[in-house]
Design a binder for this molecule. Structure first.
Ligand code: GLN
Length: 194
């Protein structure tokens, strides 16, 4: 199994490492690797879109035609996980910040996302979440977005306050937090089993 981690910016290596650990734990032969090559994205069996700055990541993936490749992959049913800024890019519906910055989204998931939803006082924090199908998970939030609402075809996996912070629509998984910044491989394992 080939797992492509889109390497525009952000916590790319952390995703590569933990995805490789998850593959090993599951006994799946394969490799996770960082890439910004369209051809490599096309050949991958699963794609991870890391966190970072959604405006920057958006510009680059559209410029390099990787966006097109990700969209194609999503429609073919390939599993795609977006974490934090990556989750923002998976959404169909953005907020006023996304409109103001003219950030292009991939528009794949029927979710409404809000950038930097947790405000100044809670810019970065770590908290135990109860995630459906996974259980208790120590989640790291860094200037995190939140999902305000979802269409009926989207399964809510975790909530924090009144916000949705993890959800799945068929082969697509969006998380507001950073599962690659802990040593817990369970979310990556869940994703690879998708
Ligand atoms: N605040 C960032 C954004 O809106 C996301 C932060 C992150 O990915 N850690 O793009």
């Amino acid at each position: 199994m080939k797992v492509a981690v889109i390497a525009v910016q952000g916590d790319v290596e952390e995703h590569v490492d933990i995805a490789n650990k998850a593959l090993e734990n599951l006994g799946i032969k394969g490799k996770a690797f960082a890439t910004i090559k369209k051809e490599e994205v096309r050949k991958a069996d699963a794609i991870i879109l890391p966190g970072g700055e959604s405006t920057t990541i958006s510009k680059l993936i559209f410029k390099e035609n990787i966006a097109e490749e990700i969209k194609k992959s999503a429609n073919e049913g390939k599993p795609i996980m977006g974490t934090c800024a990556g989750g923002i890019l998976l959404a169909k519906h953005g907020d006023e910040q996304i409109a103001k910055t003219k950030t292009k989204l991939l528009g794949l998931m029927d979710i409404w996302i809000k950038r930097n939803a947790f405000g100044r006082q809670r810019e970065s924090f770590q908290i135990k979440l109860n995630i459906k199908k996974i259980g208790e998970f120590e989640a790291v939030f860094i200037r995190a977005p939140a999902i305000l609402k979802v269409e009926n075809n989207v399964e809510i996996l975790a909530k924090l306050d009144n916000y949705i912070v993890a959800c799945q629509q068929d082969n697509l998984l969006a998380l507001a937090f950073h599962p690659e910044l802990t040593n817990d491989t369970r979310i990556h394992e869940y994703f690879l089993e998708m």
